[in-house]
Design a protein around this ligand. Structure first.
Ligand code: MIC
Ligand code: SF4
Length: 642
């Protein structure tokens, strides 16, 4: 039987391990990317690893998240990242240059490479046939320092596309359809690999939208083959020499398959408050809208922006709607300003924002109380917009633009021709890139940048109270909320820890302080969403030693292990119901258990009951837990894994 594209790239980069689904493997890393909201931690970690220069072919540090600069904190973070980048040989992308995933696709991703990024939407570069994986900060620091990345061999889900999207449909509708069918945990453990006749009808940027939101499936990555469309895209970016044709063998082995007929798709929407709560737009048409935001790493490409300009041309944004538009990169913004599209947007009454994440991560543009907000983004978790009681709906730019004119949810007009002709050349806007000068090695650290917490060596026994019992699908936005007020604190864990879980309970920190740390118990898919390792570092700082859940999301589980917090699952899920908040739980014989056992016994002292828990971890993960975290583990190894 033949090989999938995923399998081929992994085989090509394999440093150790065996290619059996679920077994631990180590891959050589070609490129890394970081962004600023996770980046300060990454560079603190890199500093702690005491290296000279990065070992990757190319690493880029983007500033795209924390750009509000309402105090000195964000700007200090930028300076810290800029000076670190210079010291370690990393390209720095200044604020305003664009969103990391969009810019990386335009300027740096190549077919066949392995890219690791400290952001969950790193798989956007799968549109370029790169194996691009989102990871926690310390994993990215290790990838830069030593040139490798550890993961479990993923399974491969083949998504076979046939046909062609109808006028008015977008790559967004493809991924929303997949989310509808598979749910926010349906991709866990898989790389989503696309094939079929339909892919030739999808542009690289439509593919990027699809790969981007593969993160919402919980998938390890998403990937398209590299074909004529890839070549054309690279040519228009002035990088034709980076083209390499790549695809799966015709008889490739896949673990699962789904088929999607693009012709049959209609415009879709993810309703509040999860990306898999998907319905046809027609089901909510007529819903009055207060705010519309177009942009984010999901839908801010040239063609997305041009479609919006075309729809808005000569029209007026409804008087009750606030429409914001943030192009994905400075290069796109420049083209829009040169070809007149920007003036059409402005003339219609749109608010043009900087090229960056902006409202997607709650950096400004929080909607009014009880608002209905339509966004072309990828996440609609409750509270993420910065307004707890707002209802956020995820849609395509086409739906967003038509709705902006009417003031209520509107399906794209089928007779309105939305075909966009891509220019022969996108030109280049390189002024936002700063290349390392190889001279100045001084790192500048502002007063808000505090050291990250380091886990302690594992003890023989843990006896702690359940300080919080959470339900299913807890996001890392719940564990470590993000908004304009909190993002400046990303490099200050002690301060940020005050806000842990505040989307769910007000007094998590107080509970931890009162009980000298504790244990978290949760339902399914704990830690879905963002890769922010802060969602492990805040609990670590507050003394959390163990999280027991029905299941975990991939990146967060690794972030817990990397921080020395033990992630355990229930052997019998019904035991979840037997544990109450503030029960005292005891784990004995931990040194031996964590080292060698698949099963650990949990004693519930308050109920006088025992439950069996599972520790699903590689031998390396077990060692990491024993020493209290990945950084300590790597230091002890002295880089010999490289
Ligand atoms: C997000 O979309 O949630 C973020 C902000 O880009 C995160 C990273 C972060 O929390 O800083 C992500 O997706 O990993
Ligand atoms: Fe930025 Fe939003 Fe994309 Fe995250 S999902 S990288 S916050 S645009």
């Amino acid at each position: 039987m033949g090989k999938s594209l995923t399998y081929k790239i992994i085989e090509n980069h394999l440093l150790s391990g065996n290619l059996k689904a679920g077994s631990p493997i180590t891959l050589k890393v070609n490129q890394t990317l970081t962004q600023d909201s996770t980046g300060t931690m990454v560079y603190l970690e890199l500093m702690a690893m005491d290296i000279d220069k990065v070992k990757t072919d190319l690493s880029v540090a983007y500033i795209d998240h924390n750009m509000l600069q309402s105090g000195f904190e964000n700007a200090d973070d930028h300076e810290f990242i800029k000076t670190s980048a210079n010291k370690y040989g990393i390209i720095f992308s200044k604020p305003g240059g664009g969103i990391c995933h969009q810019v990386h696709l335009e300027k740096f991703s190549k077919p066949g490479i392995v890219l690791i990024g400290s952001d969950s939407h790193t798989p956007t570069s799968g549109a370029m046939a790169a194996l691009a994986i989102g990871a926690g900060g310390v994993d990215v620091a290790v990838a830069m320092a030593n040139g490798y990345y550890n993961l479990n061999m993923p399974k491969v889900y083949n998504v076979v596309l046939s046909g062609k999207l109808k006028n008015g449909c977008n790559g967004k509708d493809v991924i929303l359809e997949i989310l509808k069918r598979l749910s926010v945990k349906g991709g866990t453990g898989y790389v989503m690999e696309y094939s079929g006749d339909g892919i030739k009808n999808l542009s690289v940027t439509d593919r990027a939208t699809i790969c981007n939101m593969g993160a919402e499936l919980g998938a390890t990555s998403s990937i398209f083959p590299s074909d004529e469309n890839t070549k054309e895209y690279l040519k228009r970016q002035g990088r034709e020499e980076d083209f390499l044709p790549l695809c799966a063998d015709f008889d490739a082995h896949y673990d699962e398959v789904i088929h999607i007929d693009l012709d049959k798709l209609n415009p879709l929407v993810a309703k509040p408050h999860l990306p898999d709560n998907v319905a046809d737009v027609s089901e909510i048409k007529g819903l009055k809208v207060d705010q519309i935001c177009i942009g984010s790493c999901t839908n801010s490409s040239y063609s997305d922006m041009m479609k919006v300009a075309k729809i808005l041309d000569g029209k007026k944004v409804n008087e009750n709607v606030s429409l914001t538009i943030s192009p994905g990169s400075a290069n796109i913004l420049r083209i829009l300003s040169e070809n007149g599209a920007l003036s059409k947007m402005i003339a219609s009454g749109a608010r043009i924002l900087e090229s960056g994440c902006g409202p997607c991560i709650g950096m400004g543009q929080s909607p009014k109380s009880n608002a209905v907000s339509l966004r072309t983004f990828n996440r609609n978790f409750k509270g993420r917009s910065g307004t707890m009681n707002a209802d956020v709906y995820l849609v395509s730019p086409e739906v967003a633009a038509f709705s902006a004119i009417n003031g209520y949810v509107t399906e794209p007009d089928k007779n309105f021709n939305l075909t966009i002709k891509e220019p022969d050349s996108y030109g280049k806007t390189d002024s936002y890139l700063v290349y390392p000068d190889g001279k100045n090695n001084e790192i500048v650290m502002g007063p808000n940048i505090k050291p990250y917490p380091v886990g302690k060596e594992l003890s023989e026994k843990i006896e702690k109270k359940v300080v919080f019992k959470a339900g299913d699908n807890i996001t890392t936005d719940d564990i470590c909320p993000s908004n304009a007020k909190l993002l400046p604190l990303r490099s200050n864990i002690p301060e940020l820890s005050k806000y842990a879980f505040t989307t769910k309970i007000d007094d998590f920190k107080q509970r931890c302080e009162k009980n000298n740390g504790g244990i978290i118990v949760a339902g399914e898919n704990y830690g879905q969403g963002s890769s922010r390792e802060h969602a492990a570092l805040l609990p670590l700082y507050l003394g959390i030693k163990v999280v027991i859940a029905k299941s975990f999301a991939r990146i967060h589980k690794q972030n817990l292990i990397n921080s020395g917090i033990i992630p355990l699952t229930f052997k019998n899920e019904d035991d979840y119901d037997k544990i109450n908040e503030f029960d005292t739980l005891v784990l004995n014989n931990l040194l031996e258990g964590v080292k060698n056992s698949e099963e650990l016994t949990l004693y519930n002292e308050s109920k006088n009951e025992n439950y069996t828990l599972l520790l699903n971890a590689s031998q390396r993960d077990r060692e990491i837990l024993k020493v209290g975290g990945y950084l300590t583990y790597e230091k002890n190894q002295g880089g010999k894994n490289a």
